[in-house]
Design a protein around this ligand. Sequence first.
Ligand SMILES: [Ca+2]
Ligand SMILES: [Ca+2]
Ligand SMILES: [Zn+2]
Ligand SMILES: [Zn+2]
Length: 230
Amino acid sequence: MYKKVLATVAVAALSTLGLSAPTADASHSWNNYHWARTSNPFNLKLGDNVDSRWDSYLGTTSADWSASTVLDTTIVAGSTTGRKCAATLGRVEVCNAAYGQRGWLGIASINISGSHITQGTVKLNDTYFDTAKYNTPAWRNVVSCQEVGHTLGLDHQDEDFNNADLGTCMDYSNNPEPNQHPNTHDYQMLESIYSHTDSTSTVGAAAPTSSTTRVGNTPKAWGHRVDGSR
Ligand SMILES: [Ca+2]
Ligand SMILES: [Ca+2]
Ligand SMILES: [Zn+2]
Ligand SMILES: [Zn+2]
């Protein structure tokens, strides 16, 4: 999730987790969540449910993450609507709509089966992006990049809006300019997360999984870092 700056304090106050301080970390895997696949590189489909306000940014995001050696992303026709943003098994649906003043610019949610991601959604919130402050290429790039990054299994590298910028979209900052794309550490993290292979695959039109857990997408979840959406 990319929180609006003003919402940060309130959200942080709801957090009960004191164990893992949100600092820049050598590891920023999201709870080791990952897509199951039998080999690398795997190709993850990004369903295009965004309108012309977002198309070019989705293209940039797809290219950015495809630079990873372990995966590629391909933009395909969306299976849902921007407003509904229903998930599709085996892929990520990317959506935009005016979702309201929720305190987040973008939010990523995944379903998991064990630690395996089975499907994901990304919502980009036009309620904020249609305002002068956020209606910039830099803000659109950083949020689109970050939310799709979450659906690959990455957490934030840093959650301080006021420290030195890390030069990655997985960094929270008041200044989006230096943070519009992934950095080397993100690609290294992906290599680490996906260094093993699995006997099954959750990518593509995979077989139905037994039971999946929805992670995130509710205020309760994203205000709570233990199981929160990102
Ligand atoms: Ca690649
Ligand atoms: Ca930061
Ligand atoms: Zn986030
Ligand atoms: Zn695995």
